[in-house]
Design a protein around this ligand. Structure first.
Ligand code: C2E
Ligand code: MN
Length: 403
C-alpha cells in the first residue's frame, strides 16, 4: 500500500549548508533502492519532507531519518495513505526555498508534482506543504535542546517514610507522588494513589471487587489516604485524591464523609483536590452535579484526570469547569516527536487559558517531553522523570539543573 509520512526538522548548527546537496545525493541512492519518492524543502533552518512509497519502506527510511545526527527536533506531522504519488520523480531533489521568489515559490514547489490529477489543497499533505512554504506555523516550532542539557538531581528533603501498619487491616494501601513546578522548585501537591496490597493498580483492584462494593470502597479508602498524609506531615501542602465520579453519587453522604475525614486528620478542605477520571461514565449527571456543588461549597478543588483519553473529555468540560486538568500521559508520551500530540496539547492549553483552568502534564518520563511542554506553556508536572510514586511515603524529587 502506498503510504506517506510528512515531517519537519531542524538542521544542526555544525552542518554546513553547502554539504546538503551532497547528503541528498547519497540519500537518494537509498531512496531509489526502497522505491521512495517525495520532496524535500529547506528554508535555511528547517527541513520539510514528504516521503512516499510502500508502507514498510517509508517506515524504515523514516526510522533512519529520525536517527540521523545532522538534524534534530524531528517532528512527524502526518502519516497517511494515498492512491497515488504526489511527487513521483526518482531522486528527491533538495528544494531550497530561499532561491525562489516569494510570490512564485509555492507554484515552483507544486510544479514538481507528478500526479496525473492536478494537486489540490483538499490533500492534507499539500496543506502541510503550503503551511511550511508560507511559514505559517513557525511560532509553534519549539526547539528542544538535547536531553543531556539538563541533569536531574535528587533532593531528599521531602523524602519520608510513612506508617505501613496503618493499612495492615485493609487490602489496599496508598502511594504518594508529587506534582511539581520545576522552575520554582516547588511541590505543588502530593497525589495519593490507591494500590492493592499485592501491588495491583487501583483500577485493577477496584474492578475486581464485587460491583456493589466498588464505590463504597473507593470513597472509604480516603480515610486511610488522609491518615497516611497526616503521618507524612504534609498538612501544609495540597493533597490530591482520586475518585470515580459515581463514588460521590452512589454512596449516601459521600461529601460529608470526606469532610469529616479531612477535618479529623488536621487538613482543611481548601487543601484538597479531587481528581476525577473521565473513563468512568457518569450515568446520573444531575446527582453528580449536586455532589460537585457540595464539594465546591465546602472549598474543595476539582481536577479532571487523564484528560483527553476517556469518552467524556470535552463534553465533561462543557458541563463543569474544574480548577485543574491533567493531560493524559498517552498524549504526553513522546510529544516532542509528534505533530498531532503537539497540536492537541496547544489547543488544550489555549482552551484552559480561556477558562482559567490550570494544566498539569502527567506521566512525564523524558527530559525532551518536559522541555517541549515547558516551552509550550505548561508549568506543573508529574511523572517518573521527577519522582515515581512511593508506597506509604514521600519520594525524593529530582529537580532539573542546567548542565
Ligand atoms: P492517575 O490518577 O492518572 O495516576 C497516575 C498513574 O500514573 C499512577 O498509576 C502512577 O503510578 C502512574 N505514573 C506516575 N508517573 C508515571 C510515569 O512517569 N509514567 C507512567 N507510565 N506512569 C506513571 P497507578 O498508581 O497504577 O494508578 C492508576 C490509576 O488508578 C490512576 O491514574 C487513577 O486514575 C486510579 N486511581 C488511583 N488511586 C485511586 C483511587 O483512590 N480511587 C480511584 N477511583 N482511582 C484511583
Ligand atoms: Mn490522578
Amino acid at each position: 500500500m502506498l503510504s506517506t509520512i510528512v515531517y519537519r526538522s531542524h538542521l544542526c548548527d555544525e552542518v554546513p549548508v553547502k554539504k546538503l546537496e551532497e547528503m541528498v545525493v547519497i540519500a537518494n541512492k537509498v531512496n531509489e533502492l526502497y522505491d521512495i519518492t517525495g520532496i524535500l524543502l529547506f528554508n535555511g533552518t528547517h527541513f520539510f519532507q514528504v516521503l512516499e512509497g510502500p508502507e514498510e519502506a517509508v517506515r524504515t527510511i523514516y526510522g533512519r531519518i529520525c536517527e540521523d545526527k545532522r538534524h534534530h527536533n524531528v517532528v512527524e506531522l502526518m502519516r497517511d495513505y494515498a492512491p497515488s504519488r504526489r511527487f513521483g520523480n526518482v531522486g528527491m531533489e533538495l528544494f531550497d526555498l530561499r532561491d525562489f521568489d516569494k510570490d512564485s515559490v509555492l507554484q515552483s514547489v507544486l510544479d514538481k508534482g507528478t500526479s496525473k490529477f492536478q494537486l489540490t489543497y483538499d490533500d492534507r499533505a499539500l496543506q502541510f506543504l503550503r503551511t511550511f512554504v508560507e511559514a505559517r506555523e513557525k511560532e509553534n516550532y519549539y526547539e528542544v535542546p538535547p536531553a543531556d542539557s539538563w541533569a536531574f538531581i535528587a533532593d531528599d528533603n521531602q523524602m519520608r517514610e510513612g506508617d505501613s501498619t496503618l493499612s495492615a487491616s485493609e487490602d489496599f494501601c496508598f502511594t504518594f507522588q508529587p506534582i511539581i513546578d520545576p522552575f520554582s522548585q516547588q511541590i505543588v501537591s502530593f497525589e495519593a494513589l490507591m494500590q492493592g496490597q499485592d501491588g495491583r493498580s487501583a483500577e485493577d483492584y477496584l474492578s475486581n471487587l464485587p460491583r456493589e462494593n466498588v464505590y463504597e470502597t473507593d470513597l472509604k479508602s480516603k480515610k486511610l489516604a488522609f491518615a497516611q498524609a497526616r503521618k507524612l506531615d504534609i498538612q501544609h501542602l495540597t493533597l490530591s485524591i482520586n475518585l470515580l465520579p459515581m463514588s460521590l453519587v452512589m454512596v449516601p453522604d459521600a461529601v460529608e464523609f470526606l469532610l469529616t475525614e479531612i477535618d479529623a486528620q488536621g487538613f482543611v478542605p481548601e487543601q484538597i483536590v479531587v481528581e476525577f477520571t473521565e473513563s468512568d461514565t457518569i450515568s446520573r449527571v444531575d446527582a453528580f452535579e449536586t455532589a460537585i456543588k457540595k464539594l465546591k461549597a465546602a472549598g474543595i478543588s476539582l481536577s479532571i484526570d487523564g484528560f483527553g483519553a476517556g469518552s467524556a473529555g470535552l463534553l465533561l468540560l462543557t458541563r463543569f469547569q474544574p480548577e485543574k486538568i491533567k493531560i493524559d500521559r498517552h498524549i504526553i508520551n513522546d510529544v516532542h516527536k509528534s505533530g498531532p500530540k503537539q497540536a492537541i496539547i496547544l489547543a488544550i492549553i489555549k482552551c484552559c487559558s480561556s477558562l482559567e483552568i490550570s494544566v498539569i502534564a502527567e506521566g512525564v518520563e523524558k527530559p525532551e517531553e518536559w522541555m517541549w511542554l515547558e516551552a509550550a506553556g505548561i508549568y506543573n508536572f508529574q511523572g517518573a522523570l521527577f519522582a515515581s510514586p512511593k508506597l506509604n511515603g514521600l519520594p525524593a524529587v529530582a529537580w532539573p539543573e542546567k548542565n
